[in-house]
Each structure stands twice: as C-alpha cells, then as structure tokens.
Design a protein around this ligand. Structure first.
Ligand SMILES: Cc1cc2nc3c(=O)[nH]c(=O)nc-3n(C[C@H](O)[C@H](O)[C@H](O)COP(=O)(O)OP(=O)(O)OC[C@H]3O[C@@H](n4cnc5c(N)ncnc54)[C@H](O)[C@@H]3O)c2cc1C
Length: 310
C-alpha cells in the first residue's frame, strides 16, 4: 500500500508545510504520492525527492466537500491519506474519512511505524501512541514536528485524474492571508510571541518587525489577541495554534496553562518577564527577569549591528 499527501501551493512553489507532510508520510516506509491541483504544482511535486507518483486533479483547489468526494474515490489505493493540520486538511479529511467509512486522526507529531502514530491529547497534557486498524487512515500532520522533504531530486510520473461532480452549495468568494508577517506560524523555526505585557498594538507591531528581521513568525497570547494587539491567527495555545519551533521567545507572557499547551514542546524556550514568579519560567530554558522593552531594544540594536536589518 501507499501514502497520499494532499499538496498545497504557496507563492509559486510547493508549500513548506506539504514538504513536511511528505517527510512525515515517508516515515511509514511505504511509497508516497502527492495530490496536486495545477500542472505547475504537479511539475514541482514531481521533483520532490522520493515521490512515487503525482496525481493531477482537474479541479483548481476544490472546496472541502469536493475535495472529500475526490479523496473518497481514490481512497482504496491508499493506506494513509495525509495533509497538514491547517484549514484545508482539517476541513476535507474528516469528511472524506466519514464518506469512506474510515478513521481520522488529527495533529500527528510522530510517525512510529506504518500504522502507529503519536499525537497529543487534552491540550497536550497526554501524549498518546495510537495504532490504526482502519483500512485507510485519514490524518493531519503537525508540520512543525517534522523537517521538510527535499524539493529537488525526484522524477515522479504525473497521472491525471478524472473530474468529480463539484459540490456547489457553498462557494468560496474570497481568500485573504493574514498580513501579519511573512512566516507561517505553524511551521516557523523561530517564533517571537507577545503577551499582555506589550501593552499596546503599536508595541506588538514593533515586536512583529523585530520578528521579521529575525526571520521569525509572530505569535501572541490570547490576552494580547483579545486586547486587539494581534490578530486571531497569531494566537498560540489551547484555543489557538500549537507550535513547536526550534526557538520560542515569549515577551510579557505570564505562562498560563492554556498558553503553555500551545508552545511547551518548543525545542528552546526563552522567556522575558518582569515577574520572577511568572509560570512561563517553569518551562523556559532561558529566562530573563526584566523589562521586555529593554530586551526588545537590545535585540533590535544587535540585529542592526550585525546587518540583519534592511
Ligand atoms: C478555555 C480557555 C482557553 C484559553 N486559551 C488560551 C490560548 O489558546 N492561548 C492563550 O495564550 N491563552 C488562553 N487562555 C487565556 C489564559 O488563561 C491567560 O489568560 C492568557 O494566556 C494570559 O495572557 P498573557 O500571559 O499575555 O497575560 P497576563 O497573564 O496578564 O500576563 C502578562 C505578563 O506580562 C508581564 N509583563 C507586563 N509588563 C511587562 C514588561 N514591561 N516587561 C516584562 N514583562 C511584563 C507580567 O509580569 C505578566 O506575567 C485561555 C483561557 C481559557 C479559560
């Protein structure tokens, strides 16, 4: 049997998230195919190292219902169909699993074997190893837990799929990216996050600029989002995004359990807080007790001195 990865296309290239899902699927030790939605995407996917086949759908990025119907039709060719744990995969894959009478597993963080996977439960309080007995497992992957597959070196063949009847009861009218920063929070290697301690949207914007200059994505606590300092898409935590970057820098975040649920698996956590008893220090590898604006100023000065700021 084989694995199928539902591809995503961003800025004229195979999305970094897709390369990470491919890497995760490769961990099963079975051939990996990729589903694509345009000839350009199919050609790029065919070059990804280790890909068996590229499937080219005739639909141009279908809505979740149409994608689910498409996946249902090809389900029997695969023992796993995977996508990144982002909006499209989370909408389409459970539908496809229900339509085909198979299981769905969300937010996989480790692939143990072809049928065994690890994921967090109860906001990360429990790490569960789950064995699938489903004929085909539909799964979303936490992309920050896997490295990217190499985008070059492959020579996969491209197979065109027949169209499916489109689902027309819902129509996508418009799509707008959150213009907060250029980096995807879920797969960023560095996340710079701000909390209520930032005290204003202007200060959060400054932190966003600092993050961009460091090649990082900007995250935020729920308190900062509720106060209007940062958009919803930036929220990290139990009711926001789960991230596990190489470095997580927390500025003015107290470290409530609901926030920790979304970032405690980060490799290195650096916390800046003026309160030495702030709970964030219990998970931090490096803690700075002090004023966050002083530290932001020093980081900015360092970036300028090293020429990292344009
Ligand atoms: C069901 C539920 C779900 C939730 N989901 C989430 C979630 O997904 N994500 C999330 O983040 N929260 C979530 N929360 C909210 C969570 O409980 C906290 O209220 C929130 O995380 C607090 O955000 P904060 O740390 O920014 O603010 P605060 O707790 O107010 O902390 C601000 C910190 O900034 C420090 N500070 C202030 N000024 C400075 C300065 N100048 N320099 C240095 N430090 C300074 C203070 O010492 C303090 O520690 C949830 C709550 C519930 C009940």
């Amino acid at each position: 049997m084989r694995s199928l990865v539902v591809g995503e296309w961003e800025d004229g290239a195979i999305a970094d998230a897709t390369l990470r899902v491919i890497q995760a699927a490769s961990g099963r030790g079975l051939p990996v195919d990729v589903l694509t939605f345009s000839p350009a995407m199919a050609n790029a996917a065919a070059c990804v190292d280790g890909i068996g086949r590229v499937l080219l759908a005739s639909e141009d990025v279908p809505n979740p219902e149409t994608l689910a119907a498409l996946l249902q039709r090809i389900t029997s060719d695969y023992s796993m169909i995977a996508a990144s744990h982002r909006t499209a995969g989370r909408a389409a894959l459970p539908r496809a699993a229900a339509l085909s009478g198979n299981a769905f597993l969300a937010d996989i963080t480790r692939v143990v074997s072809a049928q065994r996977f690890v994921r967090g439960l109860y906001a990360g309080s429990v790490v569960a190893t789950i064995e699938s007995t489903s004929t085909t497992l539909f799964a979303t992957i936490r992309t920050s837990s896997f490295g990217p597959a190499c985008a070059t070196g492959g020579t996969a063949s491209i197979v065109a799929l027949d169209p499916v009847a489109p689902f027309t009861a819902t129509v996508l009218i418009d799509q707008q990216g959150a213009a907060l920063d250029a980096h995807d929070l879920s797969s960023a290697r560095i996340v710079v996050a701000g909390g209520r301690g930032l005290a204003s949207k202007e200060n959060m914007d400054k932190l966003g600029t600092l993050a961009r200059n460091m090649g990082a994505a900007l995250g935020a606590s729920r308190a900062a989002v509720d106060a209007g300092y940062a958009p919803n898409a930036a929220q990290v935590g139990q009711t926001g995004k789960t991230v596990a970057p190489d470095i997580y820098l927390a500025f003015g975040i107290s470290g409530a359990i609901q926030h920790l649920a979304g970032m405690k698996d980060s490799r290195v956590i650096v916390a800046v807080n003026k309160d030495p008893d702030a709970p964030i220090f219990s998970v931090a590898d490096y803690g700075i007790v002090g004023d966050l604006f002083d530290v932001m100023g020093e980081l900015d000065a360092h970036a300028r001195a090293t020429g990292d700021v344009p």
